[in-house]
Design a protein around this ligand. Structure first.
Ligand SMILES: [Fe+2]
Ligand SMILES: [Fe+2]
Length: 225
């Protein structure tokens, strides 16, 4: 067990509100069967709720002293965050640049925030739950990620939705979902097997233009990017 001084208000709050008691985001349920009518902002928010759920599950397992469950949700959080970040960088941030007058600055700021999150994630993903820095590293990651999520949801995505009609927004969701589809959900033998893509950090460090080329080999929906 770690010293209680590592437990912050965010940790306590997360433990008080088990993810299992929360109402599942309707957009998330819908995404399970179809992405054709989901706005891009709902799709992104649904991912954010999933990331929060994974964080909360780690906290709950930590509190219960269950290292195995912590490890499983650590993997889930790591890969979901990687997929989400790459999907945004390949699909959503280019849409900021294309459709918004200040989109280039917004995208650049968001990419900078992603870089900070990735640095924390690089440390976190190789840690084991018995490491005394495991929870503090997750909390440090979440300070940056939480602020970034707040900014995306309260500022960036509303601006983007305002600039798009529903059809264009839904087409972005399709592109976003398809991009994520080609990124593994965890590191396992069938995951990309050559450096640098065999680890999540390698994947996230991959040059975006390389990944963009890879995903550009698929049909583009009307209004998509
Ligand atoms: Fe983001
Ligand atoms: Fe995001």
């Amino acid at each position: 067990m770690f010293a209680t001084k590592t437990i912050t208000p965010a940790f306590t709050q997360a433990c008080r509100t088990p993810a299992s008691t929360r109402v599942t985001n309707p957009a998330r349920r819908f995404l399970a069967t179809s992405t054709s009518k989901v706005l891009i902002s709902d799709s992104i928010k649904s991912d954010h709720r999933s990331l929060e759920e994974a964080r909360d599950k780690i906290y709950e397992a930590y509190k219960a002293g269950d290292a195995d469950t912590q490890r499983r949700w650590q993997n889930q959080l790591t890969w979901e965050l990687a997929r989400h970040s790459i999907g945004e960088e390949l699909v959503v941030y280019p849409a900021f640049e294309k459709h918004l007058p200040d989109g280039k600055e917004m995208a650049e700021a968001d990419r900078g925030q992603h870089r900070m999150v990735k640095e924390h994630l690089a440390k976190f993903q190789v840690m084991t739950p018995d490491d005394k820095e495991f929870i503090p590293t997750l909390e440090a990651l979440w300070v940056d990620l939480g602020n970034h999520i707040k900014e995306e949801e309260s500022e960036d995505l509303p601006k983007l939705e305002q600039a798009l009609n529903d059809e264009d927004s839904q087409a972005l969701t399709t592109s976003f979902a398809r991009t994520k589809h080609f990124i593994p959900t965890r590191s396992h033998p069938s995951a990309p097997d050559r450096p640098p893509y065999e680890t999540v950090v390698g994947l996230m460090a991959a040059p975006m233009d390389k990944l963009r080329d890879m995903f550009a080999k698929f049909p583009v929906e009307k209004g998509g990017n």
